[in-house]
Design a protein around this ligand. Structure first.
Ligand code: GLU
Length: 669
């Protein structure tokens, strides 16, 4: 009997249920919200119904370091904007009737709270239905064959996420157990290109191997041969720092100070203290350029402490600055916290890499149109929390009450900018959709949702069997990695053989226009007037960043006029000044970038920068001390045939010889 084998599932189902109970208990224990929202307002996942389900994992909340509560404050830029970018892309795909033949894409989106272990816990939700399949209770015996009862339970076809490399690594390890394809829109750690470890991972962003190359190229271009390196103690920071060290070595750049930072408050402050002490920013030479490979969340604090340590004041000019940051793409130019208050002093003059990104104007409009009460607003519960926190308002207050009613507040377009990686999230969703479309046309032919619905009007539309049980290895290798399409901004997109996106970067510099006026002002909470509101005042933080150039396909292009030191001397970041003529370099501590200058003897010349060699006997060093010359040749004085002193005696001698010969001839005759 076919139904008998259901019994063999029971042991496993008990285990599966037990695991799920444990997970749920764990999650409930951890769901204390940072913004003191009521339990109803705490959201950990959102579900959008559809025929085919895509998973999504995003850092909607920041991580807290207090241990008990994993979720901190809501992250508007890297969290909510990216979730909305995924929903926006799904809407766009679902709107196209001919795309996927009417199959609708749904989503199950989870919050990672920027914490790898919490994210892993949450992500079990993505595979729960796959474990749950073995649960006998979800089957009924019909005509002697087991049939699944709940048709709403769908496996996720693929997952978009996560942003942070440290979380993507964990997620990839989990998803590959179930052979679920994962497409990250932001994780750049070079490890993730290793196909032997991450068999189902792809990303729309490039590997940090290229970013490290670009940073080393910038340093070499400006002659910064001695730099410091600060990185976060995670997959992103550590591997990024390793890649940079590798590239720097190839270009003869030395690392002066290396500092690894953790997000624990005490060790964080200790690291900054260390950095400042070792850098000795008062010296005329030193590693003034600090390469940053740290997670997004560390940067505001890093800037804050360095301002304090360096006693920066508003009067400091750019070129008096002791440190110049050269930051990787995790530096978020749209995040106001980076340049709020004193942080602006430290951030000033920073050189920042950004993944080449074009704005998606439609998305800006889409986001600005989200408002309480609309369907698109209500489907994403995190928007409610964002409204409450950002606009300091309350939902459900009476119309005439004095408290700010969130229902009345609209996001203003003034000073609004979206996260720079929105395009990469949209590309990730489109890549999966294109792969599904290709898979579907091979596996299900011309099957459409409408035709199914039409042929079986009494039943729920059924999606093609092959789409319910996708061959996941085939899907990843032969469909997902092979997609090739025009993205939302009209650029062609395809994955590299390692499953990475194209390596193009834009180089920016932070040059605030109104620094001195801003410094005197307090950062007041957002004024909320009428029906639109904006946090802070004035233009978006991104408007203070100037484009310096590009790093495209291994080529660095810099617009010299856009540099903040344009027209003045390039700031230096070297260990030792070049030696004067006649001095040799003696390396200190085996460092190729640090040396003492030792005087060569007067009779010595330099065979190379480090060796003085005496000239041969009768030879003397040339003026530039690069060779010797023969003294006898230059100092010997001899008569010239053309001189009067030669001509007169020669004529007299010739006359004498003629007279002598004449006398001899006369005598003989
Ligand atoms: N590239 C970063 C990482 O791999 C994430 C940056 C971001 O989310 O903007 O961890």
């Amino acid at each position: 009997m076919k139904c008998l084998h259901l019994r063999s599932y029971s042991m496993f189902s008990v285990l599966a249920v037990a695991t799920q109970v444990l997970i749920s208990v764990n999650l409930i224990a951890k769901t204390v919200d940072a913004q003191n929202l009521t339990p109803q307002e705490k959201v950990h996942q959102i579900r959008i119904p559809g025929d085919i389900l895509l998973g999504g994992v995003f850092p909607v909340h920041t991580k807290t370091s207090d241990g008990e509560d994993p979720c901190g404050e809501i992250a508007e830029m890297s969290g909510v904007h990216r979730v909305e970018a995924m929903l926006y892309a799904l809407d766009k795909i679902n709107e196209q009737k001919d795309f996927l033949n009417g199959y609708k894409l749904g989503a199950l989106i989870l919050d990672s709270c920027s914490d790898p272990s919490y994210a892993l816990n949450q992500s079990l939700e993505l595979v729960r239905d796959m474990i749950g399949r073995s649960d006998a209770s979800s089957y009924v015996c019909k005509n002697n064959t087991p049939q699944q009862m709940n048709r709403d339970r769908k496996n996720v076809a693929a997952v978009v996420g996560e942003s942070y490399s440290s979380i993507s690594v964990q997620l990839a390890n989990l998803l590959q157990l179930f052979r679920i394809a994962q497409v990250s829109p932001a994780s750049t750690s070079s490890d993730l290109s290793d196909k032997s470890r991450f068999k189902f991972f792809a990303r729309t962003v490039p590997s940090d191997y290229y970013q490290a190359k670009a940073m080393a190229d910038i340093a070499a271009k400006f002659g910064w041969t001695y730099v410091s390196l600060v990185y976060s103690a995670d997959e992103y920071g550590q591997l990024g720092a390793d890649a940079f060290k590798n590239e720097a070595r190839k270009k003869g750049i030395c690392i002066a100070v290396e500092e690894r930072i953790h997000n624990k408050q005490e060790s964080f402050i200790e690291s900054i203290d260390n950095l400042m002490e070792k850098l000795q920013p008062e010296d005329s030479v030193g590693a003034r350029v600090v390469v940053l490979f740290v997670g997004t969340e560390y940067i505001p604090q890093l800037l804050h402490y360095t301002t304090e340590k360096m006693n920066l004041t508003t009067s400091s000019e750019y070129n008096e600055k002791k440190l110049i940051w050269m930051a990787s793409e995790s530096w978020d130019r749209n995040n106001a916290k980076y340049t709020e208050g004193v942080n602006q002093l430290a951030a000033e003059g920073a050189i920042v890499l950004m993944l080449a990104s074009q704005k998606v104007p439609d998305f800006n409009e889409y986001f600005l149109n989200l408002h309480p009460g609309s369907d698109k607003f209500e489907r994403n519960q995190w928007l409610r929390e964002l409204w409450q926190v950002k606009f300091k308002c309350e939902f459900g207050g009476p119309q005439e009450s004095s408290v700010n009613r969130c229902e009345d507040i609209r996001q203003s377009s003034e000073g609004f900018s979206v996260n720079d990686k929105v395009r990469y999230v949209i590309n990730a969703v489109y890549a999966i959709a294109h792969a599904l479309q290709a898979y579907k046309s091979t596996a299900c032919g011309n099957d459409t949702m409408e035709s199914n619905l039409f042929s079986q009007p009494s039943q729920e539309p059924e999606i093609c069997q092959a789409m319910q049980n996708i061959d996941r290895t085939e899907f990843y290798n032969n469909y997902l990695l092979k997609v090739n399409f025009e993205d939302v901004v009209g650029r062609n997109f395809h994955f590299s053989p390692q499953g990475d996106g194209p390596a193009n970067y834009t180089i920016l510099t932070y040059k605030p226009k109104n620094m001195h006026q801003k410094m005197g002002q307090e950062s007041d909470p957002a004024p909320v007037t009428g029906s639109t509101a904006k946090p802070g005042s004035g233009a978006s933080p991104a408007s203070d960043y100037i484009e310096l150039g590009y790093w495209l396909e291994n080529n660095l292009i810099i617009d010299e006029k856009a540099l903040w030191w344009a027209g003045e001397a390039t700031p230096i970041s070297i260990c030792s000044e070049p030696c004067p003529v006649g001095y040799r370099k003696q390396n200190i501590k085996n460092e190729q970038c640090c040396w003492a200058c030792i005087r060569c003897e007067d009779f010595e010349y330099l065979v190379n920068e480090a060796y003085c060699v005496p000239c041969d006997m009768g030879w003397w060093p040339t003026e530039d001390r690069t060779s010797c010359y023969d003294m006898s040749r230059t100092n010997l004085e001899y008569m010239q045939w053309s001189s009067m002193y030669s001509i007169v005696p020669a004529i007299i001698a010739a006359i004498g010889i003629v007279l002598t010969l004449f006398t001899i001839v006369i005598f003989i005759l």
